[in-house]
Ligand binder design. Sequence first.
Ligand code: ASP
Length: 335
Amino acid sequence: MSDSVLVLHTGGTIGMVVTPEGDAPAAEALAPHLSAIVEASCGELPPIAFCELDRLIDSSNATPETWCTIASMLYDRRDEHAGFVVLHGTDTMAYTASALSFLLPAFGKPVVVTGSQIPISRARSDGRQNLVAALQVAAMPELAEVSLLFGEVLLRGNRAMKVDASGFDAFDSPRFPPLAEIGVEIAVNRSVVRAPAGEPGLLAGRLGQVAAVRLFPGFSASILANICRPPLQGLIIEAYGAGNGPADDREFLSAIERAVAQGIVVVVVTQCLRGAVRPGAYATGSALMRAGAVPGFDMTTEAALTKLAVLLGRGLDTATVAGLMQEDLAGELTR
Ligand code: ASP
């Protein structure tokens, strides 16, 4: 097996160029910078292979098809490389990293998603540092999971969230410890890294139709009822605190009951940065569960949404999907 690392460039700030409308991706703009980094590395980096999406995107334009394309490209090249770096825009990086963890079960090799806040062509770019660290992590077989590297941390991909629109430490996983600290050393937190298990698979194909809504005081039950129409198959509710909602609002609970009766899988996660949904902690949370919603425990919205889309795309019955949403499939959830 080759000890090379494949860099898959999908777009994002790291490879962007200036246009009259603002920064935008440009084909072949990143490759020369990668070559220069490799040349200057004095053998400190693994051998590198490089490929780009046919059409590079600002990650605000990413879709479930983008996730499936990236997953398929990684899966098809799985046997050719020791590890993989996915260069991606920061805006939806946490969604893609989460999706890849579910689309590529038991991948068994490091997949490190990274990018930057300033294009790599600029003097103060954080892209060079993130890319170099990602290449080194991708060459570490013990980090064989989908991770997200940014600034000084390596996070589990399906635990990460973008927390800063402009800072260099733009990502965090507030509900789960970092997989590694990126400092003078790459200090791996071995107690939390997942051990690869099982046969690698690819679940890319048609994904389920899902949506997410965030509760707020005054949230209209009729808006919820309007969202819960075909073709919707799954809904994430970002509820308050330990998974609570407006249980005095009979119309709100009826909208959930009707959605569940129609076969829509409704999953409750928390709006809080830290902590988890705790079923039974409050009567206002129990009411949502009685209406047919299931707890997403400490899953991020990004993980819950992409997991639900992948599970629904497998054509499983709704009870099975609702059950699997409460289980840990790829390190995304703590019971
Ligand atoms: N809009 C950019 C993107 O997500 C932002 C970035 O990469 O930092 O592609």
